[in-house]
Ligand binder design. Structure first.
Ligand code: UDP
Length: 344
């Protein structure tokens, strides 16, 4: 058996890009995913892009025996956990499902890791842990005040990791609080592929550009920002994937002698308004993207962007791509696969 990294949620948008980066570094990967918000064809896309075969498990990670089976059948040396529900809106409507699913997956992974003596985990957290930022740029030491159950599951998950790290110095955890991922794989064969009408900005805009949706609804026009629309920190999914690989490598490098828990922001460190993103997509697609202003979403911050100094220092990681790169790659993916992984 080859020593491998278990990527839970490895068929998802960020997970799949991270798997590619690991494979490109000749690091063996096992994917575990329930494919509830992804597609088995992602695995084929990963294999076609990298020219490598990937072992994957279609499993419900809330079932501990399933998690145990993966560890029994493979030599896992570290875990990257992307698995979980991620819709802010749905989390407020179905909090129990969010708490149960997101926490149970992490607890199962950690329990089985403990049984098997595997002590390194990189956790996908989120900028939603901060809620409405008190000051900008957002720093890791800022207050955590999530405004929805989704964000709460991330705060609670980090709490669990912190407490566990204190109980036994063999544990080493890095939690990556990511801001807004954008873009797709350079090949155009892997990208964000939401089920139904997209919640997030970029897939919504590209579906308008390609004619599947009629116009973008911009949530709010009177925020205290330069043009009245809300400002977020967008980073290329490839940069985010690099950040996950750098974090895993950091944990596995014994000379770092790292033990405990560390939370790091991953973003570009810059803020862009909804209108700025829309204009960038118009330039790249050469199309006019119609929009209308609608009500703000409840709890939405006017402005949020990250301080990425800590991640730079800790991991030696730095984002490489510009907004134009992100829009170009998203558009390339959307044009090549207008129906996601469905060819029809
Ligand atoms: N947004 C928008 N219309 C949409 C989706 C998003 O105006 O259909 C805006 C939203 O207000 C925010 C930005 O786009 O300023 C990013 O929203 P998203 O939901 O993608 O991420 P988050 O709010 O979690 O940062």
């Amino acid at each position: 058996m080859m020593a491998a990294i278990l990527v839970a949620g490895g068929a998802g948008y960020v997970g799949s890009h991270t798997v590619i980066k690991l494979l490109e570094k000749d690091i063996d990967v096992i994917i575990a995913d329930d494919f509830s918000n992804s597609d088995e064809r992602v695995i084929h896309a990963i294999e076609a892009i990298t020219g490598k075969t990937v072992k994957s498990y279609a499993v419900d990670l809330t079932q501990k025996e399933e998690v145990r089976r993966i560890f029994d059948e493979n030599e896992i040396i570290g875990v990257i956990d992307f698995a979980g529900f991620k819709s802010v809106g749905t989390s407020s409507k179905a909090p129990l499902a969010y708490y149960r699913n997101n926490l149970e997956i992490l607890l199962n992974l950690l329990s089985v890791m403990q049984e098997q003596g595997v002590y390194h985990l990189v956790f996908s957290s989120s900028a939603t842990v901060y809620g409405n930022p008190e000051s900008l740029p957002v720093k890791e030491s800022d207050k955590q005040k999530p405004t929805n159950p989704y964000g709460q599951t991330k705060v609670m998950s980090e709490r669990i990791l912190r407490d566990l790290a204190k109980s036994d110095e063999r544990w080493s955890f890095i939690s990556l609080r990511f801001f807004n991922p954008l873009g797709a794989h350079k090949s155009g064969d892997l990208g964000e592929n939401p089920n139904g009408v997209p919640n997030n900005l970029a897939p919504y805009i590209t579906q308008v550009a390609i004619g599947k949706l009629s116009e973008l609804k911009i949530f709010g026009h009177d925020f205290p920002t330069s043009d009245g629309t809300s400002v977020r920190d967008y980073m290329h999914v490839d940069d985010l994937a690099e950040g996950h690989v750098a974090a895993m490598e950091y944990l596995l490098t014994t000379s770092n002698k790292f033990s405990g828990f560390e939370a790091l922001n991953l973003g570009s460190g810059k803020g862009y308004s909804v209108l700025e993103i829309l204009r960038a997509f118009e330039q790249v697609t050469g199309k006019k993207i119609p929009f209308e202003y609608v009500e703000k979403r409840e709890g939405d911050a006017a402005e949020s962007f990250a301080s990425i100094e800590k991640a730079k220092e800790f991991l030696g990681w730095e984002p490489k791509y510009t907004i134009t790169d992100m829009c170009l790659d998203t558009w390339n993916w959307q044009q090549k696969h207008p129906n996601g992984y469905n060819e029809a």
